[in-house]
Design a protein around this ligand. Structure first.
Ligand code: MSP
Length: 640
C-alpha cells in the first residue's frame, strides 16, 4: 500500500440532479477513503461539479436563467446531497471557481508553449448531447450512437491538441503498468482503441457559438472545450503547480469513473498530462452501469432512482451496503427494490444483526454484561481469532483491488463462521457446568473480538452501523481496528458492554417505492410543465399537491421499528399516516398537535402498515422538527 491515497469521482454535470449512478461512484470513493484512513494512510478525497459547455448553457436557456445561476443551483444540490449519504470528501471543486480557471489557463499555456496546440479548419458531425465531433465511421446509421439523434454538420476554425503525438507513449505506459487502467476489460478496451491512429483533439469553441466556458489564454475569441477544462479539476483542486497538496497527493491519484467516460480519462487526460510535463495518475478505476431492469438508467428516459428516497425508506447503511455488495466493480448491475429488501433481511437483519444480538445477549446473561477473561480457547484450531485474521487478509486484498463485493463476502463468511461457532460451543450448555467457566469466558470473549473485527471491516461501507456495534461491544469512542491484538487491548476483562437495539429490523417489500413506477417510454419528452434538470416545478404541478392541516388523534410505534410511528390524523376525515419520526418524537408528544399532511400521496405499506399520506417535517443538525400552522387552524384546511 502506498503511504498516501488520493481518490476522485468524476465531477458531475450540473444539468441533472444527483441520482443513483452518481451516488454509487461517490459512495465507492467514500468507502475507499474511509478504508485507507482506517489504515492510517493520509487520504484526500475530491468530488465536484462540471459546469461549463454547451450542455449546461442549453439547459440554463431552457430553464430561462443565466448559466451561472443555473450552475449554482444544481451544484448546491450536489453539495447538499453528499453529507446525507455520509460522503466524507475533503474538497468540492466547481469548474467555475477562480482557482480552477487559473489552472486550466496555466495548462493550456504549458501545452501551447510546448508546441502541442495548433489552429486549423475543421468540418465534422457534432453531437450537442455528447459535446463532441463524430467521424462518419463512428455514427450509427448517421445518428449519434449514444443519443440516437442526428448530429449537426459544423465547419469552423478551431484549436487542436496534438494528442496523436502521445499515442505510442501511451500504449507503452498502459502496457508497462497493469494497474494504470483497471479492471482489465477496460484496459483492453483502451488498448484496442489505440490500435487505430489517434486523431487530434479539438479543444476550443468559437465564442460566436458558445461563450459559457474558459477563455483561451492565447486567443480571446475562443473558449476551452469542456472536457479539456473538466479533467484538469483533478489537479486544480490540489493547487497545481505549487500547492503542498499537489506534491503530496498527485503521485497517489486514483480516479473512479464509470465506463461512459473511459475515453476522455484513459486517452485525453494522460496525453494532456504528458504534454504539460506532469506525471500520469496512478490508476483509473472503471465501473459498469446501474440499470433498472434491462434499460440504461438516464434522466431522459425517466427511470431515475431517487437515491436519497431509498435511503430514507430503508436506511443509509443498508443502501450503501446493497450498492457495494450487489455490483461487481467493472460490470453492469441491475437495480431492484426486491433485491435491496432481500439483502437487508438476509445479510443485515438475519446474519449480522442476529450474530450481534445473540452474542451480546449471552455476554449479558452468562457473563454479567462484562468482557470475560480471554482464555486459551482462542488459540485452538477452531478458534475465531485465526478465522478473523484470515478474513481480514482476504478483505484487505479485495478492497485494494476494488472487489468490494468479494470483501463483503469474506466478512459475511466470518459472520457465518461465528454463528456456527456459537452453535458448536453452545455457551448455554457451558454455562450450566461450573468446570466450564473458563471455556465459556473464552467463547464469549472470542465473539466480542470477532464482532470488533467485523465492525472495523464494515466501517468503510456502513459507517454508522460500525460505530453502533463498537458502542454496543463497549469499545472506546471512535475506536475501530482490523487488528485482533489492538481489539484485545481495548477490551480489558471486566469492562461493560452496552447491548442496544437490533442493528437492522426486517423490512417488507412495498415500503414506499424509490423507483418511479410511472416510467415514461424511452425517448419520451418531458411533461409540458416540467423544467428539465432545474429542480423547479410549475404552478400547475404544485397545485396537484393536496396539502392539509391535520390534528393528531392517536399515535403508536410500529412494532420492531426504530423510526416509524403510526398516527391517526383528523383531516376532516380520519387517516392513518406512518411517519419516520420515531427517533425524534415519542407517540405521546404527537397527540393533540396540528401538523401538515400531504394528503394525496399514493398509499404505501411501511413494515406492514398502510400509510395514507405524509407528515411534513424539516431537518437540520439537531434532528427533525414538525411543520405546523401558526394558530389552531380547523383540521382539514387546505394549504396553498
Ligand atoms: N462531467 C462529466 C465528467 C467529467 S470528469 C472530469 C460527466 N458527468 S456526469 O454527470 O454525466 O457523470 C457521469 C458519471 O456519473 C459516470 O462516469 C458515473 O460515475 C456516474 N454515473 C451516471 N450514471 C450511472 C449509472 N447508471 N451507473 C453507474 N454510474 C453512473 O460525465
Amino acid at each position: 500500500m502506498t503511504a498516501r491515497y488520493y481518490v476522485t469521482t468524476p465531477i458531475y454535470y450540473v444539468n441533472a440532479e444527483p441520482h443513483l449512478g452518481h451516488a454509487y461512484t461517490t459512495i465507492v470513493a467514500d468507502a475507499l477513503s474511509r478504508f485507507y484512513r482506517l489504515y492510517g494512510r493520509e487520504t484526500y478525497f475530491l468530488t465536484g461539479t462540471d459546469e461549463h459547455g454547451d450542455k449546461i448553457a442549453q439547459a440554463a436557456q431552457e430553464a430561462g436563467v443565466e448559466a451561472k445561476e443555473y450552475a449554482d443551483r444544481i451544484s448546491r444540490l450536489y453539495q447538499e446531497t453528499w453529507p446525507k449519504l455520509k460522503i466524507s470528501n475533503n474538497d468540492f471543486i466547481r469548474t467555475t471557481q477562480e482557482r480552477h480557471i487559473k489552472v486550466v489557463r496555466k495548462i493550456l499555456s504549458l501545452v501551447y508553449d510546448k508546441g502541442d496546440i495548433y489552429f486549423d479548419k475543421y468540418g465534422g458531425y457534432y453531437c450537442f448531447g455528447c459535446e463532441r465531433f463524430y467521424t462518419e465511421k463512428e455514427l450509427e446509421d448517421g445518428l449519434c450512437p449514444d443519443h440516437q439523434t442526428e448530429p449537426s454538420y459544423i465547419e469552423e476554425e478551431n484549436y487542436f491538441f496534438a494528442m496523436s503525438k502521445y499515442q505510442d507513449w501511451l500504449i507503452g505506459h498502459i502496457r508497462d503498468n497493469p494497474d494504470f487502467i483497471r479492471p482489465e476489460r477496460y484496459r483492453n478496451e483502451v488498448l484496442s482503441f489505440l490500435k487505430e491512429p489517434l486523431g487530434d483533439l479539438c479543444i476550443s469553441r468559437p465564442k460566436s457559438r458558445l461563450t459559457w466556458g474558459i477563455t483561451l489564454p492565447f486567443d480571446e475569441r475562443f473558449v476551452t472545450y469542456v472536457w479539456f477544462d473538466a479533467l484538469i479539476n483533478y489537479i486544480s483542486a490540489l493547487g497545481f503547480p505549487d500547492g503542498d497538496l499537489f506534491h503530496k497527493f498527485w503521485p497517489a491519484a486514483q480516479h473512479i469513473i464509470a465506463k461512459d467516460i473511459l475515453k476522455p480519462h484513459g486517452i485525453y487526460w494522460p496525453a494532456m498530462l504528458k504534454s504539460a510535463g506532469i506525471e500520469p495518475y496512478q490508476s483509473l478505476n472503471v465501473h459498469g452501469y446501474w440499470k433498472i431492469g434491462e434499460s440504461k438508467m438516464s434522466k431522459s428516459v425517466g427511470n431515475v432512482v431517487e437515491a436519497l428516497r431509498m435511503k430514507d425508506v430503508y436506511g443509509l447503511d443498508a443502501f450503501r451496503y446493497f450498492l457495494l455488495r450487489d455490483m461487481v466493480f467493472g460490470l453492469d448491475s441491475s437495480f431492484s427494490e426486491e433485491a435491496l429488501v432481500g439483502r437487508i433481511n438476509a445479510d443485515l437483519a438475519n446474519d449480522l444483526g442476529n450474530l450481534c444480538q445473540r452474542s451480546l445477549t449471552m455476554v449479558r446473561k452468562f457473563g454479567q454484561g462484562l468482557v470475560p477473561e480471554a482464555s486459551d480457547v482462542r488459540s485452538e484450531g477452531g478458534g475465531m481469532r485465526a478465522a478473523g485474521i484470515k478474513t481480514v487478509e482476504a478483505y484487505v486484498k479485495s478492497f485494494e483491488s476494488m472487489a468490494f463485493h468479494k470483501a463483503l463476502i469474506a466478512v459475511w463468511d466470518l459472520i457465518n463462521q461465528a454463528n456456527k461457532f456459537i452453535d458448536r460451543e453452545a455457551p448455554w450448555t457451558l454455562a450450566k457446568d461450573p468446570d466450564k467457566k473458563e471455556r465459556l469466558g473464552g467463547v464469549l470473549y472470542q465473539l466480542l473480538e470477532t464482532l470488533g473485527l467485523i465492525a472495523g471491516m464494515i466501517y468503510p461501507v456502513m459507517p454508522d452501523t460500525a460505530q453502533e456495534m463498537r458502542r454496543q461491544i463497549g469499545l472506546p469512542d471512535g475506536f475501530l481496528s482490523l487488528d485482533p491484538g489492538e481489539i484485545e487491548q481495548a477490551l480489558p476483562p471486566g469492562q461493560a458492554i452496552n447491548q442496544g437495539q437490533a442493528l437492522f429490523p426486517r423490512v417488507e417489500i412495498g415500503g414506499v417505492s424509490a423507483v418511479r413506477k410511472d416510467k415514461p417510454k424511452p425517448g419520451a419528452k418531458p411533461e409540458k410543465n416540467e423544467k428539465p434538470g432545474t429542480g423547479l416545478v410549475s404552478f400547475e404541478e404544485f397545485k396537484k399537491l393536496d396539502l392539509r392541516v391535520g390534528l393528531v388523534k392517536a399515535a403508536e410505534r410500529v412494532p420492531k421499528s426504530k423510526k416509524l410511528i403510526k398516527v391517526a390524523v383528523d383531516l376532516g376525515e380520519e387517516r392513518t399516516i406512518v411517519a419516520g419520526i420515531g427517533q425524534d418524537f415519542t407517540p405521546e408528544e404527537l397527540v393533540g398537535r396540528r401538523v401538515v399532511i400531504l394528503a394525496n400521496l399514493v398509499p404505501a405499506k411501511l413494515m406492514g402498515v398502510t400509510s395514507e399520506g405524509m407528515m411534513l417535517a424539516a431537518s437540520d443538525k439537531d434532528g427533525l422538527t414538525l411543520i405546523a400552522p401558526s394558530r389552531e387552524t380547523e383540521p382539514g384546511s387546505r394549504i396553498s
